[in-house]
Design a protein around this ligand. Sequence first.
Ligand SMILES: NC(=O)c1ccc[n+]([C@@H]2O[C@H](COP(=O)([O-])OP(=O)(O)OC[C@H]3O[C@@H](n4cnc5c(N)ncnc54)[C@H](O)[C@@H]3O)[C@@H](O)[C@H]2O)c1
Ligand SMILES: [Fe+2]
Length: 386
Amino acid sequence: MINVKLLQKVKIVNTDHLDQTILEILEERQYKRPLVVLDRFLLNVQIIKDTLNKLKNNDIDFAIFDGIVPDPPTEVVDSGVKAFKAHQADCMIAIGGGSSIDVARGINIVRINGGSISDYATSHKTIDPCPGLIAVPTTSGTGSEVSNALVITDKDSQKKLAILSDNAVSEYAVLNPDLVLTLPKDMTIATGLDAFSHAAEGYLSTLASPMTDAICEKVMFLLYHFLPRAVANGQDREARQRVMVAATLAGWMLNNAGTNIGHSSAHILGSKYHIVHGEAVAYALPGVLKLVGSTLPHKVREIGQILGVTYPEGAPESQTTEFAINAYKEFRDQILGLHPFTDYHIDQREITSNAQDVLHERFAGNTPVNLNLKNVQAFLDEFGRQ
Ligand SMILES: NC(=O)c1ccc[n+]([C@@H]2O[C@H](COP(=O)([O-])OP(=O)(O)OC[C@H]3O[C@@H](n4cnc5c(N)ncnc54)[C@H](O)[C@@H]3O)[C@@H](O)[C@H]2O)c1
Ligand SMILES: [Fe+2]
């Protein structure tokens, strides 16, 4: 089979007129009964209220499912499927961060393919094409609006499960920077660092290619230059737009280059010890740079360069890796101001079982290093401490 290196199936629309664009999409696709998927907070945001009013005034018969919670459990997808069927919906408009869009993708998979969403996480049940998802991101981080992944929490095991399917990507991603102007500072930092990690881990992945590398480099560049501005002044629309574009491009890279042990550890530790996803991947990244610096020092060196490092002439690889790690930490802690790592009650006695879980997590295998219990334990031992 041909090893395609750059696949993009989502129609991406940039707009300054969200309401009009949504109407045009519905008309073009002849969708008449959308289910709007969001959380209660977003229902009260003015631009979203205006968009829903516009749909109402144009006789679009929509229903609202506002049961989204952060780090959604599988049950939320079940409730969403019921809401979809009760309304006899023919499409979805998912408005929100990764939580809303991931749940909507889960609803779409189940309403078209049957069963329950956990079936697709635990076995490799086939997923037929799932049209009808219009994704409208209000955070700039997960890239869920274009990614083929959905992350859902299994309540019993407290584990985050990732489901990947190119057949379940959004039909449209609608980008409007006005939607992120209200994103609080701490969320701007965490989601922006999530996008940075998507690009950095994709760059340091066994699935990386020259095509994905070029895009990942640009994503890191955009975030290094514009995320600090969006953090300093949330109303800086130009910076918000650049960060939004970077996050969406990074989401696209998730489908093509994947992530690595950084995201695996964030999924395992994040769900177990309740660490915000973007913060977990940001605490993990110095360890990723160190680990991959042993096999691909030139790529870690490039990341440092994007982060403003000028290396002393003839500096050995061990030193360039260290410079790159320090530059990332300065970006994360000083320039953006991510709050310092607290121990999150991570029980060091659980390090062996956590390392086993990380080793078996689906993205760990993309790490361009031979992972074993010993080096994963060493990685986890330093998680958050650097
Ligand atoms: N599908 C993927 O490829 C992918 C990738 C990475 C992470 N994820 C998953 O996505 C989820 C995290 O998503 P997220 O970081 O976007 O956050 P989120 O969707 O969980 O939202 C977090 C909070 O921010 C609020 N919020 C969202 N937009 C806002 C805005 N514009 N103004 C004010 N508040 C706003 C929401 O109401 C919510 O309370 C996790 O479950 C994570 O595992 C998915
Ligand atoms: Fe992520």
